[in-house]
Each structure stands twice: as structure tokens, then as C-alpha cells.
Ligand binder design. Structure first.
Ligand code: GLC
Length: 559
């Protein structure tokens, strides 16, 4: 299975390209389905829902981390890369899940977190025990502190989740952590670290995993040579290949090795980079010599605005062409406020990307529900989703968006789990609001998520979104997603689109090579159709002569 196989035949080439136009459904395992009732979603839970995934019509699932973890960052603190967290199941359960998904034609992508381990990882425990100067400490980034007795951290850098980026250990040395202190950064200069990850990638590839999502792919390579810049100096260094901490050119030497490993499988294993880098740097990650595909988060950061959407689509199709990859599209994931909520809150006055990305001032100010127009947010979200699903490239969906779930904003302080919340003293609302366990039915202690209480409380309104409620309702968001995915399978064609001028700045209209057309009315005034249009699908109540405000329609080829 691991050896290189011939790849010349057309069938294998077609199989190898499955990812280019795939709809990939992100499962956040701890919040998807809980088979054993301990409140934490698990692999047997996923296994029990494979028919749901097949009926939804996704091509692949991507599983956020399910590895042993102390859950300091929802599993992105991995204690053992080659095992399943006992609370989530066993390797046998994993194999059974992969087999069941494959039987239904659904591929499996797993999350790899290479920038940092958990502080519970045996390497880190060894590093603590072995002391300064040891080979075990070399695997991480340990430094002496500053000031008398080394009591001050080596630099004044701040971690992504707030607070210092250095933590002091018992013997007085400090280690660097980009994220929470329970997530010490690895030293990727070390051959041993590189080899160990190759082993991990082989381990999962041999188990039949089809691809990998690479966590913070831009961060692995670092330059920690002295003198280290101050926080202020660091902020002035452009992130374009030579920044000490991010998006260094040599990170692709690591991925070239990974690519060789991926290509030794038939079909080659795929990889998608999570790299929050400048757009013009994305093709490096998406190139066939590197990871092969990269997330494009532009739609996720955009307002519901025709001009922004059009620019984003054109730019990203050009970037994909530059890299030789297909484009990717994302509206929601486990790190950001769900898109129906983003579209239902008043526009962010500062208009800043960071604000939109994390839910804006609204969420930070406590998420006043009175300011949230849920209905409008849902309507716009359905329109944005159909717009996205009409595009060439692969679309990444986040669990629960097919149920039209909004962000949960009233999680009690003592139930929060996100380190972002804790490390900022609650100032940052964090990401728990999009990680609440899914509602499957309207009853029981966790609305069908499992037989026990859920690990994060579900609000009462979740019941209205339950799968059981939406299942047979043709107007439900679940039905819309199912129909859209089924139709997309038939219609998806090539990797291009042509813009058709709609005559209105707030209406986007594009056509695919086979004549499939997508029209999104971002405005509130209805948009008139000529009357001979054949509507295949509408996000909300279009007729042959009119696309209402904040609505997308798919039109059949006219001939
Ligand atoms: C990525 C993940 C996020 C995690 C972080 C650290 O951005 O998507 O959830 O907290 O990396 O691993």
C-alpha cells in the first residue's frame, strides 16, 4: 500500500484529481455526535451518522483533531499523533469509520498539527525532565530569560491567544509557544522532528486516509537567531518570506518532502494548507510541489457585498491558476463566527477584516441579540452558500451550517473552553459559540447529540434547527444543502466561469462553461429575469421573472 504504484492510466488520474472540485464537510468530532454519552462527540458517533453524510451528498469529510489531547485548545494540542483519544474511541473505531465512509464514496481528510505539540506529549515531558542543554530540549524552542537571574522572558512577544509567548519552566529556562502555553512550538530545524512527522503522515495514509489538512502551515519554519527582535520590531518586518516567525520561504522544503511521500501513494494523498498569509503568497502552498491546495479565507472575511464577492472570486481563480491548483471557498469553520450570524449583525463600522473574522465589535461587546437580525442573516447565508457552491473549485462546509445554525453567544463564563477566552480574561469571546454540539432531534438531554449532557450547553432555540425537524421540510436549510449538493454533482464543469453583466452593482451573475448560471442579488430590490429562465434552485422564493433581494438562483443552461 505504501509503495509507489504506476499512475499512468486515465482512471487513476481521474481518481487522483478528486479533490479539485470536492465538497468537503468539516467535522469537529467533539461536537458532532456522541455515541457513549460522556458529552464528548466520538468516532462511533460519526460512524452512526455516515448515512446522514451520504444523504447530504458530500465528497469528503475533514476531521478536526481526534488524537489524545488534554483539550487545552479543543484538540489542537496533540499528545500523540498516531492514536485516537480514548474518549473518542480506538484505532479500530477509526478504521471502521473510514471503511464505512469509503463504502459510501466519501473520502477522509484528517487534521495534522505540526507547529506545536501538547505539553503532555512525551517529547515535551522528556524535555522538561532532561533539563537545559539536552537533546530533548532541542526538539522545542527553549531559551534563557533576560534580566538578572533570567526572570524576564527572552522577548516581549505576545501569543496568538493573548498573554506572553514564552513560559518559564522549573529550572528557569523559557520555551516559546505561538498559541497557548500548553502548545509548545516544535523546532523544525531538527531532522528528528521532520522524520517523526513523515512517520505520522505514513501512519494515517496507510490506514486509508485520503488527505490532510495542515494546521497553521505557514508557521513551521522559524529563525530564532540572536538578537531576537522586540515585539515592536517584529511587527515592522514584512511577512513575505523572511519574517522570523511566519511564512518563511524554507517552509516549502518541509512540504516538498511531504509531497514526495503523498505522491508515493495511489491515488496520491492530498493536502490543504491552513495558511493565513497574504493572497499573493498562497500559490506557494497550493503548488503541486508543495501541499497542493490551500484555503482561501477571503469569503469568510468578506461582508455580504457584491463588489467584494466578485473581486474575491476573480482574484482567487487567478491565484489558483497561477499555482496549478483549484481554488477553495470557505464561509464558516471552527475558528470563526458562523456566517448566518456574521450576516445578521450590523455592519462593522471599522470595516476591518479582523473584526469581521471574529464576529465584530458586536460579539466582543457581549453579543446583544437585539442587534442581531437572525432572519436576515439566515437569508443572506443561504444566498451566499448557493453562490459559493456554484463556483468552480472545492467548497469546505462546516458542520451545522447545513442546519442554518447561528453562533451561540450566551455560553456561561464557567462553561467556556477556548483558551482565547481565558488568556484574555474573557475579553475575547473566543470560538466556543460555533462549537456547540449539533442538534439531531428535539428531545433528550442533548437534542440527540448523545445520551448524556453535552460538553457545551445548547440553547433552547437549537431544537428548531434539529435534523429531525428539517429532514422532510422542503423549505429547510438542510433540504437546500442536499438539493444543492446533488445538483452540483451533475452540473460542476471545468474550473472557469464567465461574468455576465447584470446591469446592477448589487447583482452578480456568472455562467459556467456548460451554461449553468448563478445569479445572486445582494441588494434588497428584486432583480427582474426575462421570464424564460429555468430555475433549478433558489435560496429563497425566486420566480421565473424575479430574484428577490438577498437571494441566489441557479439557472439551467438555456441552450
Ligand atoms: C489553527 C486551528 C485553530 C487552532 C490553532 C492552533 O488556526 O484552526 O483552531 O487553535 O491553529 O493549533
Amino acid at each position: 500500500m505504501t509503495d509507489a504504484l504506476p499512475r499512468e492510466t486515465p482512471e487513476t488520474d481521474a481518481a487522483a484529481a478528486w479533490w479539485r472540485q470536492a465538497v468537503v464537510y468539516q467535522i469537529y468530532p467533539r461536537a458532532f455526535a456522541d455515541a457513549d454519552g460522556d458529552g464528548i462527540g466520538d468516532i462511533p458517533g460519526i460512524l452512526s451518522r455516515v448515512d446522514y453524510l451520504a444523504a447530504l451528498g458530500v465528497d469528503a469529510v475533514w476531521l478536526s483533531p481526534f488524537y489524545p489531547s488534554a483539550l487545552a485548545d479543543g484538540g489542537y494540542d496533540v499528545a500523540d499523533y498516531r492514536d485516537v483519544d480514548p474518549r473518542l474511541g480506538t484505532l479500530d473505531d477509526f478504521d471502521a469509520m473510514v471503511a464505512a465512509l469509503h463504502e459510501r464514496g466519501i473520502r477522509v481528510v484528517v487534521d495534522i498539527v505540526p507547529n506545536h505539540t501538547s505539553d503532555q506529549h512525551e517529547w515535551f515531558q522528556e524535555a522538561l525532565a532532561a533539563g537545559r542543554g539536552s537533546a530533548a530540549r532541542e526538539r522545542y524552542i527553549f531559551r534563557e530569560g533576560k534580566g538578572e537571574g533570567g526572570v524576564e522572558p527572552p522577548t516581549d512577544w505576545v501569543s496568538v491567544f493573548g498573554g506572553p509567548a514564552w513560559e518559564r519552566v522549573e529550572d528557569g529556562q523559557w520555551y516559546f509557544h505561538h498559541f497557548a502555553k500548553e502548545q509548545p512550538d516544535l523546532n523544525w530545524d531538527l531532522r528528528e522532528v521532520r522524520d517523526d512527522f513523515l512517520k505520522t503522515l505514513r501512519f494515517w495514509s496507510d490506514r486509508g486516509v485520503d488527505g490532510f489538512r495542515i494546521d497553521v502551515a505557514e508557521m513551521l519554519a522559524k529563525d530564532f537567531s540572536d538578537p531576537l527582535p522586540s515585539r515592536e520590531e517584529l511587527a515592522l518586518i514584512p511577512i513575505d518570506g523572511n519574517h522570523p516567525l511566519s511564512d518563511r520561504d524554507e517552509v516549502h522544503e518541509i512540504y516538498a518532502e511531504w509531497r514526495a511521500l503523498f505522491n508515493s501513494y495511489d491515488p496520491p494523498r492530498t493536502a490543504v494548507a491552513e495558511a493565513w498569509v497574504a493572497s499573493h503568497r498562497v500559490p506557494r502552498y497550493a503548488s503541486p510541489e508543495s501541499l497542493g491546495q490551500a484555503f482561501n479565507f477571503d469569503l469568510l472575511k468578506a461582508s455580504f457585498d457584491a463588489g467584494e464577492f466578485r473581486r474575491i472570486v476573480s482574484d482567487n481563480l487567478a491565484l489558483a491558476a497561477e499555482s496549478g491548483s483549484s481554488s477553495t471557498w470557505v464561509l464558516s469553520n471552527h475558528d470563526v463566527v458562523r456566517h448566518p450570524t456574521r450576516y445578521g449583525i450590523p455592519a462593522d463600522p471599522a470595516g476591518s477584516t479582523a473584526e469581521v473574522q471574529h464576529g465584530g465589535e458586536w460579539l466582543r461587546a457581549g453579543g446583544d441579540e437585539a442587534l442581531l437580525d437572525r432572519e436576515r442573516g439566515t437569508r443572506r447565508a443561504r444566498a451566499a452558500t448557493l453562490f459559493m457552491l456554484g463556483l468552480p473549485g472545492s467548497a469546505y462546509l462546516y458542520q451545522g451550517e447545513e442546519l442554518g445554525l447561528h453562533e451561540v453567544v450566551d455560553i456561561p463564563a464557567d462553561r467556556h473552553q477556548d483558551p482565547w477566552f481565558f488568556r484574555t480574561g474573557g475579553e475575547e469571546p473566543g470560538r466556543d459559540g460555533c462549537r456547540v454540539p449539533l442538534p439531531w432531534t428535539t428531545e433528550g438531554p442533548s437534542l440527540g447529540f448523545g445520551p448524556g449532557e453535552p460538553q457545551l450547553p445548547q440553547p433552547a432555540w437549537f431544537a428548531q434547527h434539529a435534523v429531525s425537524v428539517q429532514d422532510g421540510d422542503p423549505a429547510s436549510t438542510l433540504s437546500l444543502y442536499r438539493r444543492a449538493l446533488a445538483l452540483r454533482h451533475e452540473l460542476q464543469d471545468g474550473e472557469q466561469l464567465a461574468w455576465h453583466e447584470s446591469g446592477r452593482a448589487d447583482v452578480l451573475w456568472f455562467r459556467r462553461p456548460n451554461g449553468w448560471q448563478v445569479i445572486t442579488n445582494f441588494g434588497t430590490e428584486p432583480f427582474a429575469l426575462s421570464g424564460d429562465a429555468r430555475i433549478l434552485l433558489s435560496s429563497d422564493g425566486a420566480t421565473a421573472t424575479e430574484v428577490p433581494g438577498e437571494t441566489t438562483v441557479w439557472l439551467a443552461p438555456t441552450s
